[in-house]
Design a protein around this ligand. Structure first.
Ligand code: ADP
Ligand code: GLC
Length: 481
């Protein structure tokens, strides 16, 4: 079976968030199960073609684009880049790094990517069994396939799967965008698959046209049908599908995220020998210019896009009170400038024990996961979330809001039974967040209990194997011959 995936990002070539980790890992697991997978992303300016062994294999004239190809490291998965400098030859992936805002020609960039990728796939590839599209940047593709490419032998029987990684970003554009998609503008009318409150919504198109819709955790699959808070206006559209969305939890890449052999760490460690974790803690404190003699006090950490989704307002609400206690805190993240400044002002009042690094730094993210004691993830909503799983694998106890994938992956620690992997809170408010942090700090002070939470988390299975099997089952069910 040949599966073709379309997405906006893929590790190790281009990454903004967890979507890239998924694209870098799920295809490998599918390959292990005997499937052949190809991946398409745009050729961003930041991708070093030579370093990754990309070869230019085709050029198309109308519209004009180039196609580059390599294989995903240590696999035979082919990765294709669609190149067109006017759209992708600039700095940035979704947002302009100077202004921090979405590129103004966002719609045209993704229309171009999807049409070009489908043009290339339809005309040059052998039979495609499944077209698997990820998030709104590729939401039009199932519709393009139905409207323009069914006549090609390669795509005559292709099944389409659309995975929602984040309902909070739907790709909503002015109605006149429809004329530039290539679809018949007569198809744009109230309540049509294309129309959403008078606008064109890429996510909606994907949800309506795809043969199967999935999302990245079972709880999020329910949440996005239940209310506007999670569905962002598409809850009714999701509900009206004959088959509801299937929630398949993301895994994490055990080769890239393994404290026993992670090259980004100051020292490796395992569940049986945790001594290396203290060295990483000292390294993190030094890296952030904090007092590294107080290894006894708990180090709280956060690594995150700075965005309303991630519960940054709750963090800002509790941070001063938390820092008044005997703890240290580091944060790595970038995004909303206002929120960055607010957090920056708070930590600057505690210079020996708290710091914020406004940056995107993969090496430092690994080091923090290893060196911290407690990882904070108070998300307003979280389709799946990967950082809580990285944390648990690294013996860094998560404190999470019980929503979406956080609810599905973190169990509250129960001192009576000794079970559980972290601390959770329900209502989205500072008080409940503060209480959950307080519980974590209380058990941190009780060393045998704390070791138990860490051991439970480190022994949990977050590998991709099981989830890949579920995708494979879905692909088998929807394949058309
Ligand atoms: P989301 O995709 O919503 O941002 P996830 O938890 O699924 O959330 O994935 C986030 C990914 O991005 C993780 O791999 C995390 O380590 C990484 N990440 C987020 N912010 C940064 C940053 N500032 N520097 C390095 N890595 C980051
Ligand atoms: C999105 C979600 C995140 C999820 C990731 C990968 O970025 O915000 O929760 O883990 O996609 O599916």
């Amino acid at each position: 079976m040949h599966i073709v995936m379309l997405a906006g990002e893929c590790v190790p070539y281009a990454k903004v968030g967890g979507l890239a980790d998924v694209l870098g890992a799920l295809p490998r697991e599918l390959e292990k199960l005997g499937y052949s997978v190809s991946i398409f992303i745009p050729r961003y300016r930041s991708i070093d073609l030579e370093k990754f062994g990309f070869e230019r294999i085709a050029g198309f004239d109308v519209p004009s684009f180039d196609v580059y190809r390599t294989v995903l490291p240590s696999s035979s998965i082919e990765v294709y880049l669609i190149g067109h400098d006017a759209f992708f030859g600039r700095k940035g992936i979704y947002t302009d790094p100077i202004t921090g805002w979405d590129f103004p020609d966002q719609a045209d960039r993704w229309i171009f990517f999807q049409r070009s990728a489908l043009e290339f796939i339809a005309t040059t590839m052998e039979k495609v069994d499944v077209l698997h599209c990820h998030d709104h940047q590729t939401g039009l593709a199932p519709a393009y396939l139905e409207r323009f490419y069914r006549g090609y032998p390669s795509m005559a029987r292709t099944a389409t799967v659309f995975t929602i990684h984040n309902m909070g970003y739907q790709g909503v554009f002015p109605a006149d965008t429809m004329a530039r998609t290539g679809f018949n503008t007569a198809e744009f009318f109230p309540l049509s698959p294309f129309e959403f409150f008078g606008m064109l919504n890429f996510m909606k198109v994907g949800v309506v046209f795809a043969n199967a819709v999935t999302t990245v955790s079972p709880t999020y699959a329910l949440e996005i049908q239940q209310s506007k808070e999670f569905g962002y206006g598409l809850e009714g559209v999701v509900r009206s599908r004959l088959e509801p969305p299937v929630g398949i939890l993301n895994g994490i890449d055990y080769d890239l995220w393994n404290p026993a052999n992670d090259a980004n760490l100051a020292a490796p460690y395992t569940i049986d020998d945790l001594s290396g974790k203290q060295k990483n803690k000292a390294a993190v404190l030094r890296e952030f210019g904090l007092d590294d003699r107080r290894l006894d006090r708990p180090l709280l950490a956060m690594i995150s896009r700075i965005d309303v989704q991630k519960g940054i307002d709750l963090l800002i609400g509790v941070l001063r009170d938390v820092l008044a206690q005997d703890v240290a805190f580091v944060m790595l993240g970038a995004g909303n400038r206002d929120a960055e400044n607010q957090i920056g002002r708070i930590v600057s009042d505690f210079p020996a024990k708290a710091a914020l690094r406004v940056d995107y730094d993969d090496r430092l993210a690994h080091l923090i996961e290893a060196g911290a004691d407690i990882f904070l993830m108070p998300s307003k909503y979280e389709p799946c979330g990967l950082n809580q799983m990285y944390s648990m694998r690294y013996g860094t106890t998560p404190v999470v809001r019980a929503t979406g994938g956080l609810a599905d992956t973190v169990q509250e620690f129960d001192p009576l039974t000794g079970t559980g992997t972290g601390f959770r809170f329900g209502p989205y408010d500072a008080l409940h967040f503060k209480e959950a942090i307080a519980r974590a700090l209380r058990y941190y002070a009780d060393k045998p209990m704390w070791r138990r939470v860490m051991a439970n988390a480190m022994a949990s299975d977050f590998s991709w194997a099981r989830s890949a099997r579920r995708y494979a089952d879905l692909f088998e069910r929807f394949r058309k011959d």
